[in-house]
Design a protein around this ligand. Sequence first.
Ligand code: C2E
Ligand code: CA
Ligand code: CA
Ligand code: CA
Length: 279
Amino acid sequence: AKSAGRNGFCFFDAQMNADTRERLSLELDLRQALVRGEFVLHYQPIVDIHNGRLLAAEALVRWQHPVLGMIAPDRFIRVAEQSGLIVEIGEWVLNEACRQMMLWQAAGLPRFVVSVNLSAVQFRRGNLEALIGSALSRFGLNPSCLELELTESILLQDSAAFIDMLYRLKTLGVKLSIDDFGTGYSNLAYLQRFRVDKLKIDQSFVRTLLGNTQDQAIVTAIIQMAKSLNLLTTAEGIEDDSIRRLLAELGCDQGQGYLFARPLPAQEFMAFAQRTQLP
Ligand code: C2E
Ligand code: CA
Ligand code: CA
Ligand code: CA
């Protein structure tokens, strides 16, 4: 059905109608997925780039759809952000990651950090600090075990309320890292201003590192800068050992990627952790 706008301009063309319908139906499905408990977290190991020792796990959300199977976050996070549903999904992610961390600690695994991804929308709405504080205390966790991954675009929100929130999160004792570093805006002043702990070097630089002298120059510069600011670096998307070795030579601290492990269901992650713990 077509409807004419106030000026007689027909803005609901067939394609837009189809896109809008698809988005609305996805939004509805996401709402139901929350209620029905269809989201799951997988955990990807982050290891010492020199010796492979387990240091941390990144929690990555998946949607276990009853008909379509496992759906990757790239297919629903954007709509979740646009609709504001990411606030509730993000709250579930935080609680679930903390609950899992508690179970791993209770099972006697050595302590490692668990990181969760935060969306800018979560900063604008809802009381993040209270949410994180209560998740940590509910599961009896030390705040330094939890790391929040922020993208550079989040740090562009230069409002007083936002800066205040970041300071309160740091005061709580959680760690902050900048995700996909190098792909965003290069206002580097925020690194110290927001007391960031770690830079995660984006996979787009890592994948092509061996053949591409420009990418090598960028990665070298990021690692040098991080060192002089006393920040840790994690390289993302490491798929082969020659790239791991080059990054280690350049002074990168931590690695994440298929070379070490894919994101794993909690049970498999535990097996990985026990395996890599052995001498
Ligand atoms: P990200 O935060 O940059 O996460 C890293 C992505 O790279 C993950 O994709 C991971 O599976 C993939 N990856 C890791 N190592 C390799 C590798 O060696 N090779 C290749 N080809 N890929 C690798 P995934 O799980 O599909 O997540 C995609 C994005 O969705 C994430 O990118 C993140 O931006 C977003 N996301 C995931 N979970 C959440 C969440 O709970 N909340 C929010 N707001 N965003 C999330
Ligand atoms: Ca991330
Ligand atoms: Ca990333
Ligand atoms: Ca990414």
